[in-house]
Design a protein around this ligand. Structure first.
Ligand code: SAM
Ligand code: SF4
Length: 469
């Protein structure tokens, strides 16, 4: 019996029953899609119904509904960030990951303060304002324990370049105790992200062979501890390819429902990475439950309808064409120009001491190329960090988001941060596609937010920075 029971909310039997009982019923599917347009999210049973969609006509209806919900809630903005890998030292044996402890060929690196700062400075010079700090689970006493992480966070926030600084640092770190979460909150993190990988206990046990991560319940209960400690923006995730995606999706919904019930707010973001090839991992070359491109698009669309106000994150694990297709289906945050090897930004592709990455990337484009493409597709690349910095987190954020009020803030903030990017970082070609995108976005806005945006844009164009509402 685990010390960290999750059985009160994670009910595999209920998920199995729903999936076995769900029949492909056209009328029911249409009803669920109709209900999804009300922007109130979906129940577990309704998500199970959508998981049955297979006919091309229904897939198109699902996508059309997802596109409409995405456009209503998020408009055209797309938040950008980059991961900052600080350490690949890891005591766990996750069979899909190149950082697994048995991979003796991998040079192990825990970046020092100066190295963290040099990667941070490079990312600031590219135009990033929001980073995701990532590390293996290897904070042993030898490398400073948990204090190493706290020091790393301070190191990032301490960097100031002529062109600015990092305004929001999210983290993706192994589960912590409540007191450690409190310290993370005090250190000024944005979102705490943790992927359960698989909610299927036998699958989880089969792929996590040793180390602290073997304890399923310690991991599944981590977001409760984060919330208890006051970290109210949490990010969930699945590692697609380990077990049937339908089971994983419904279990993720149970997890979100649990946090909503216990803390009044579910998760701030959700990530659905697919397993990518990784060094020293046979499993990553042939995942046991591979997710096709067609199913991947369905997963994004279903999630968009099930949890309309939760950000969906898409990383550079996916190729540029897949990313492009998924933007309109529901994705609201993407990484760009990523490296998964510690020190990779200042030392190039090979990174610190030639440390290999965690897995192969599908999209190798630089930030400016991704920004240019977004603008040409009619999106507004956003570097906004306003909500977190103005204290609009957790329930406060959802209270504004659910009645549709947050757009009045997000749209102008996206435009001003994009304008900053164009003035301070973008090459000439990107400036012209970017300015066009800003003009088109302003034209599409209603009078009040447009006036706010124009006022804020004027300040940025006059040289003021970090203007937000
Ligand atoms: N070590 C911590 C942990 O496992 O929670 C934090 C970060 S880990 C570096 C970030 C995530 O990378 C993992 O949660 C996992 O979902 C993902 N990952 C690991 N190997 C992968 C692979 N081969 N392909 C895609 N994603 C992978
Ligand atoms: Fe370590 Fe995380 Fe990789 Fe597992 S997924 S081996 S915990 S870095």
């Amino acid at each position: 019996m685990s010390q960290y029971p999750t059985s009160d909310w994670l009910r595999a039997g209920e998920v199995d029953e729903l999936l076995q009982g769900a029949v492909r019923d056209d009328a029911k599917i249409r009803d669920v899609l109709h209900k999804a347009r009300e922007l109130k999210g979906l129940s577990l049973a309704e998500v199970a119904t959508l998981c049955q969609i297979a006919a091309p006509q229904q897939i198109e209806e699902l996508f059309a509904t997802a596109r409409s919900v995405k456009a209503q809630i998020y408009g055209q903005r797309m938040v950008l960030f980059a991961p900052l890998y600080i350490s690949n030292v890891c005591g766990n044996e996750c069979t899909y990951c190149a950082f697994r402890s048995s991979n003796k060929a991998l040079p192990r690196v825990a970046l020092k303060r100066a190295e963290i700062q040099s990667d941070t400075a490079e990312l600031i010079r590219q135009g990033h304002k929001r980073l995701l700090l990532v590390a293996g689970e290897g904070y042993s006493a030898a490398n400073g324990g948990f204090q190493y992480i706290l020091d790393a966070i301070a190191s990032v926030y301490d960097v100031t370049e002529a062109s600015g600084n990092i305004r929001r640092l999210n983290v993706n770190l192994a589960p912590l105790e409540v007191d450690e979460f409190r310290q993370l909150k005090q250190a000024g993190i944005g979102t705490y992200q943790l992927f359960q990988e698989s909610y299927h206990r036998n699958t989880y046990a089969a792929v996590h062979l040793s180390g602290k991560k073997r304890d399923f319940d310690w991991r599944a209960s981590a977001l409760d501890r984060a919330m208890q400690a006051g970290v109210d923006d949490v990010g969930m995730g699945l590692l697609l390819g380990l077990h049937d995606w339908r089971f994983e999706l419904l279990s993720l919904m149970q997890h979100i429902g649990h946090l909503e019930q216990r803390f009044g707010v579910g998760c701030h973001t959700v990530s659905v990475p697919r397993i990518e090839p990784a060094d020293s991992s046979a499993l990553s070359m042939a995942p046991p439950a591979p997710v096709s491109d067609a199913d991947f698009r369905k997963i994004i669309a279903i999630l968009r309808l099930a949890v309309p106000y939760t950000g969906i994150i898409l990383s550079t694990r996916e190729s540029a064409p897949i990313r492009r297709e998924c933007y309109a289906l529901g994705v609201s945050q993407i990484s760009a120009g990523s490296r998964t090897n510690p020190g990779g930004y200042s030392a190039g592709e090979t990174g610190h001491q030639h440390a290999a990455g965690q897995f192969q990337l599908g999209d190798h484009r630089r930030l400016e190329e991704v920004v240019d493409e977004l603008a040409q597709l009619g999106f507004i690349p956003s570097f906004c960090t306003a909500c977190y910095r103005l204290g609009r987190t957790g329930r406060d954020f959802m209270d504004l988001a659910k009645p549709g009020l947050i757009r009045q803030k997000c749209d102008p903030n996206a435009l001003t941060t994009f304008q900053e990017y164009l003035l301070d970082f973008a090459p000439q070609a990107v400036c012209s596609s970017g300015e066009d995108a800003i003009d088109r976005a302003l034209e599409a806005m209603s009078a009040r937010p447009r006036r706010t945006a124009e006022r804020m844009l004027a300040k940025i164009r006059c040289g003021k920075r970090d203007v937000c509402c």
